[in-house]
Structures are given as structure tokens and as C-alpha cells.
Design a protein around this ligand. Structure first.
Ligand SMILES: NC(=O)c1ccc[n+]([C@@H]2O[C@H](COP(=O)([O-])OP(=O)(O)OC[C@H]3O[C@@H](n4cnc5c(N)ncnc54)[C@H](O)[C@@H]3O)[C@@H](O)[C@H]2O)c1
Ligand SMILES: [Zn+2]
Length: 338
């Protein structure tokens, strides 16, 4: 990754008169840890970073979260610029100011809010992204558009159709505008509820960004984070949330069909129909986003109209049925456990 994009950036910063120090972290979610964070801030200290120096986080969400958290705590906070190179990081993790690391007990359990000074996105980086990382980013895009509204949803579906014809569409102005629209939407939600107030449940609260994430976190946890890329799990999470919404009489069948079509356009998802529904339900109870031990589902009334629903109001039977329907095998699936 650094070989692809790091060197040209360092060269151009140097030629613009900046002094640069490079630190590389190992690749992978498991390195979003305390011990790597310690190395990162240790490097800042050894390199004598001062309060008016800045961190430039080049990479996917793992790098952005760890480097952002390092910048948040070093000298009680120095600026960070995010330069996300995965689709997921470009439309989601680089915007909004959440930074952090994982604990053995769970993901993102330690962190800080630290808004980036700037986010620079070059869509050309998407061309070197492995296809599953793209699928993962597409799923998060669909999620964002489903809660944002008809206009973004339609644009997203149109772009996904174009990408399925030719990957070069990722370099088009239209796709660039779609990324910008996603960032603008996320920023509009965050500006309104920066710290994700637990007492808010309106359509503009940050909690609505968790659409599809309740089931996704459970799927990731029961498979030890090995089977699904995060966005792939969100793909299933949206299908389950869609089924639940329809089964509770909130969402029309036709809208559920649009949701299914949009998820299918993201690309193949690893299979999930062999997973144990009881185990998923147990994992759901441990969701980090629960408040007072209660799961709060983000469901949909229609595209652009999310609704936060108290899990206590959903019967065990409806939950089970919705999970089975959402996780069933569909065309274009790959075998799980890559
Ligand atoms: N802070 C937030 O608000 C927020 C939101 C969503 C997700 N996240 C976090 O983001 C992380 C996931 O981020 P991710 O999906 O970007 O995964 P990632 O950072 O692990 O990147 C995925 C893989 O792609 C490689 N890669 C990155 N850019 C590339 C490129 N242009 N070409 C080729 N390979 C490239 C990486 O080295 C890595 O192997 C998780 O830790 C999640 O918790 C944070
Ligand atoms: Zn997500």
C-alpha cells in the first residue's frame, strides 16, 4: 500500500517544502491495538512532533482509526488529515471524527472523537482495491443511501449498475460525485449529533447510521471476524433489517425488493445461511450499541425514513423469521470462509 501511494505523496510534500516522517503499521484489523498505538505515538515523540505538526493518515479505515486516535491523544491532540484509500474509508470512516482501537473484548471499545482538519480523497486509489473491499464499500454506500433518501438511493443504484458493466466507472466524475454526496450526508448527520447521544432517536440522530449494523456486528462476532469483511456483514444486516421492517408492517414489500436489488448489485457476499440463528440472537444481545442492555434496531419505513425501534417490541418469532429470510442463500453468492 505504501509502495503504491505513500512514496509519491512523500515526494510531493517534500518538494512543497514540508518535512516528513514516515511510520508504517502492519496490515490488518488485529493491529488496531494498544501495542501498535503505543508504537505510533512513540514514533511521534521520537520524531519530536510538536502541537502544530500534523499526522497524515494514508490507508483504509484501520489506519485512519489508529492514526486518528494517536493524533487525538498525543500532546492532548494534534491535527490529523485523513487520506482514505478504501471505498469504505472514503465514504464512511474518514468522515465524522470517530477514532479508536479494539480491545480483546470487542471492536472500537477505546477511542476518541477527533475531527480531521481535512479529508483528501483520490478515487484512483480504488482501482487497486481487492474486489471484496469494493463490495464492502458498496454495501456501506447502499446503507447510507437507504437512510438518506430517494435521490441518493437512485444515484447509488444507477452507479452500481454502471460499475458492474465496467470497473472504469469508478474513475468517472459521476462516481466521484457519489462519494462526495455520501461524505456530505454523513457530515450532515454528524454535525447535528457529533457524539451520538444515546437519548436521541430521531431521523437525524447519528444512531441511524447504524442501519444494518446490529446484525452485522453479531455476524462478525460469531465468525471471529474471519468470514465477512465489515461491509459484507452490513449487506446481510440491511437484508435482515429490511425483513424485520416489512414483518413489523413498517416497510412495503416493494421497498424491501428495492433494498434487496441494491444489496445484490454490490456484488457477491459470502454465504450466511449455515450460521446458527440462536447463536446470532445471543450475539445480538451483546451489541456495543445497546443501551441499558436493550437492543435498538434501526429499521426503515421507506427509503430515507429510518426508525429506531426498541428490540423489546419485536417478538422472538419475528426476529427468527427475519434473520432466516435475510441470511438465506441468494444468487451471486460466494462460498464463505475465505
Ligand atoms: N471511524 C469510523 O467512523 C469508522 C466507520 C466505519 C469503519 N471504521 C473502521 O474501519 C475499519 C475498516 O476499514 P477498511 O474497510 O478500509 O479496511 P482496512 O483498513 O483493513 O483496509 C482493507 C485492506 O485494503 C488494503 N488497502 C487499503 N487501500 C488500498 C488500496 N487503495 N489498494 C489496495 N489495497 C488497499 C489495506 O491494506 C487492507 O489490507 C474497521 O476497523 C472499522 O472499525 C471506522
Ligand atoms: Zn459500518
Amino acid at each position: 500500500m505504501f509502495g503504491l501511494y505513500g512514496r509519491p505523496i512523500v515526494r510531493s510534500l517534500k518538494s512543497a517544502g514540508f518535512k516528513t516522517f514516515t511510520w508504517l503499521m502492519p496490515e490488518g484489523e488485529r493491529y488496531k491495538s494498544f501495542s501498535i498505538l503505543e508504537k505510533a505515538v512513540g514514533f511521534l515523540s521520537e520524531s519530536r512532533f510538536e502541537r502544530n505538526d500534523l499526522v497524515l493518515a494514508l490507508g483504509g479505515g484501520v489506519v485512519g482509526d489508529l492514526a486518528g486516535f494517536g493524533a487525538a491523544i498525543y500532546l492532548r491532540g494534534i491535527p490529523v488529515i485523513q487520506v482514505p484509500t478504501t471505498l469504505l474509508a472514503q465514504i464512511d470512516s474518514s468522515v465524522g471524527g470517530k477514532t479508536g482501537i479494539n480491545l480483546p473484548a470487542g471492536k472500537n471499545l477505546v477511542g476518541a472523537f477527533h475531527q480531521p482538519t481535512a479529508v483528501f480523497i483520490d478515487t484512483e486509489t480504488l482501482m487497486s482495491l481487492p474486489s471484496r473491499e469494493l463490495v464492502s464499500g458498496f454495501c456501506e454506500m447502499v446503507k447510507q443511501s437507504l437512510i438518506a433518501g430517494e435521490s441518493l438511493f437512485e444515484k447509488t443504484v444507477k452507479c452500481l449498475r454502471e460499475v458492474s458493466k465496467t470497473k472504469d466507472f469508478l474513475l468517472s466524475t459521476e462516481f466521484e460525485e457519489l462519494i462526495a454526496a455520501n461524505c456530505a450526508f454523513k457530515a450532515s448527520i454528524v454535525a447535528n449529533d457529533e457524539r451520538e447521544a444515546t437519548n436521541r432517536s430521531d431521523v437525524k440522530s447519528r444512531r441511524i447510521l447504524n442501519f444494518g449494523h446490529t446484525t452485522a456486528h453479531a455476524l462478525e462476532a460469531i465468525t471471529n471476524y474471519r468470514t465477512f469483511r465489515h461491509g459484507e456483514a452490513v449487506g446481510y444486516g440491511m437484508l435482515v433489517a429490511g425483513e424485520l421492517s416489512r414483518n413489523l408492517g413498517l416497510l412495503a414489500s416493494q421497498d424491501l425488493q428495492s433494498l434487496r436489488t441494491a444489496v445484490a448489485l454490490c456484488g457477491p457476499l459470502p454465504r450466511a445461511d449455515h450460521l446458527d440463528v440462536n447463536q446470532i440472537i445471543r450475539a445480538l444481545q451483546h451489541d456495543k450499541k445497546s443501551v441499558g442492555g436493550q437492543i435498538n434496531w434501526v429499521l426503515l419505513e421507506r427509503v430515507g425514513l429510518p426508525k429506531i425501534v426498541d428490540g423489546g417490541l419485536i417478538s422472538a418469532r419475528t426476529l427468527r423469521l427475519s434473520l432466516r429470510a435475510g441470511l438465506q442463500r441468494r444468487p451471486r453468492q460466494t462460498e464463505g470462509g475465505h
